[in-house]
Design a protein around this ligand. Sequence first.
Ligand code: PMV
Length: 307
Amino acid sequence: MGNTLGPSVSASAGGKVILLGEHAVVYGSGAIAVGLDQGAHAEVRETPVAELVLGERRYVLGPEPDPAPAARAFAALLESLGTVGIAAEARLEIPAGAGLGASAALGVALARAVRELLRRSTGRVPAIAPAALAWENVFHGNASGVDTAAAEYGGCLAFRRGTEPRALHPGRPLELVVALVEPGASTRHMVEGVAARRAAERAGIDSLLDSIGALVERAGACIALGDNAQLGQLMSENHERLVALGVSTPRLDQACRWALEAGALGAKLTGAGGGGCAVALVEADRRAAVLEAWTGRALRCWEKRSE
Ligand code: PMV
C-alpha cells in the first residue's frame, strides 16, 4: 500500500455454495446457501488517495474515474459506507468466477474492515449489507443478494430477495463436497441469458423458475427434519431444472453423475453455471468415495460440514 497512513485493520469473509435456488432467486423465489470457511481477506488503512490492490492489480481512485469494474465497485462500496480515503489490499482464497461467491466475499471482507476502521476513528458503524451489495452489483448487474448475505452471515441460510436472511438449523449435519469442474462464466452474462430466454418464452421459463422455488420450499423442510436423503434428491432435481434453463454444461452434468455413481445423496451445479463448480451432498461414510471420484479426475475440491 503505497500512499498509506495510519494503522491497518483486517477482516475476512467466506464464500458460499448455493444448495438450491440459483437464478430463480433473482425473480423472487427462495434460495438456500451454505457459507464456506474459505473466502477473502482484506486489510485497510486511511489514506489521502483511495486505492485497491487486488492480487497483482492496483486501482487508484484518483480524480479521473477508473472504468475497471473493481475500481467502480470499490468506489461504490466506499460511497455506501460514507467514506472516501481508504487504501485496501485484498486477496482471495477461492477461485473467482466459479460460483463460490468470491466477489461477495471480497465485498463483505472489505466492508467489514472499513467499518471497523471507521468505528475506531469516528465511532460511526455503517451497515455492511448495502455496501457489499453496491460492490456486488457492479460485477453482477442484477444481484439478488444471496451471495453477500451468505458471506456476511455464514452457516446455512434461507434467503429471499428483499427480506432478512434466515438461519436454518440442520436436523442432521450437512456433509458437502464441492468441486471446481471447469472455468466459470460471468454471472452477469448467465443472469442476462436467463432474462433473454424469459423474454422470448415467458410462460415456459416462469414455470421452470416456479418449480425451482417449490423445490427450495421442500428442501427447507428437509433440512429442518434432517431428511438428507430427500434433500439430496431435491438438489439433483434442481440440477435437472437448471439444465432445462440452459445454464449447465456437459462437464457439470458429468461431474454430477460421477458424484452420484460414487454414492452422493444428490449433486448439482452451484452458482450461475456456464461452468464453475458442482456441489454434492453426502453421507459421512461416502464422503471419501465422492471426494476420490472428483479428485481422482483432477478436480480441485473443498469440503464443508454445516451443523
Ligand atoms: O455469483 P454466483 O455464480 O454464485 O451466482 C449467484 C446466484 C445467481 O442466482 C445466479 C445470481 C444472483 O444474484 O442470485
